[in-house]
Design a protein around this ligand. Sequence first.
Ligand SMILES: [Zn+2]
Ligand SMILES: [Zn+2]
Length: 89
Amino acid sequence: MFAVMQVETDERREFRRKMRTKCEFVCKYCQRRFTKPYNLMIHERTHKDDITYTCEVCGKTFKRQDNLKQHRTIHSPSCNRPFGYAWRF
Ligand SMILES: [Zn+2]
Ligand SMILES: [Zn+2]
């Protein structure tokens, strides 16, 4: 009884292993394949990092839109004051 149960779990484990290898997650940017969705998620993030935001005033590039927004304030002095005020918190 006990031995049968052990065989069963081994089979189930093997089945799960096969399922996992069959299940492929493909990157929509470069078609690279991953067995785990987590790995694909991490990988796809590297593609998103390639997107750069360019300041139309001085041409400086930023990886994040909020970084560009923050940078833009140096070109408009009127925006500087409330931003500097926010830094106090
Ligand atoms: Zn990719
Ligand atoms: Zn700029």
